[in-house]
Design a protein around this ligand. Structure first.
Ligand SMILES: [Zn+2]
Length: 164
């Protein structure tokens, strides 16, 4: 897909991310899944609302989009997410058979609290996957996305750091 489409769909992901507000405390992470130029799912993080520790935006979107396909497989789909997917969501993307992952803010743009592994970058999961039909790229609307999150230099209280 071209950059213009990537920007357009990332704006949709930003919209769904911030539908309840843009404060980092609200975990405004949004994900849209696009197939054949159409959005088939647009979900935000629902961990707090659903009391579900794994209700990340990508998981929610993969589940919603997958309902209409055999085995929930999303071949040919592009998954847009405002923040580089965590390990769980990267693996879920691999299993869901999406063809492309596009993210806004990357691991180095945000606080470490958004990632579970100290030295494993989730980009490596994709690079090491058995699948050869999957790509991942980041930095689309990086600044707009990054400012939604706690930044590397922010002092975040331990209790708010979801990875601890
Ligand atoms: Zn995740």
């Amino acid at each position: 897909m071209d950059l213009e489409s990537d920007v357009r769909f990332m704006r949709e992901a930003l919209k769904v991310a911030t539908q309840d507000g843009a404060d980092p405390a609200l975990s405004p992470i949004g994900c849209v899944i696009v197939m054949e130029g159409k959005i088939v799912a647009a979900e935000r993080n629902h961990v707090a609302r659903h009391h579900d520790a794994v209700a990340h935006a990508e998981i929610e979107a993969i589940r919603k989009a997958g309902r209409t396909f055999d085995n929930g497989e999303l071949r040919g789909a592009t998954l847009y997410t405002t923040l580089q997917p965590c390990g769980m969501c990267t693996m879920a993307s691999i299993w869901s058979k999406v063809g492309r992952i596009v993210f806004g803010a990357g691991r180095r743009d945000v606080h470490q609290m958004y990632f579970e592994a100290r030295h494993v970058d989730t980009l490596d999961f994709v690079a090491n996957a058995y699948r050869d039909d999957l790509s991942i790229e980041g930095g689309v609307l990086r600044d707009d996305c990054s400012k939604l999150y706690y930044r590397p230099w922010d002092k975040v209280p331990l209790v708010k750091q979801g990875n601890k």
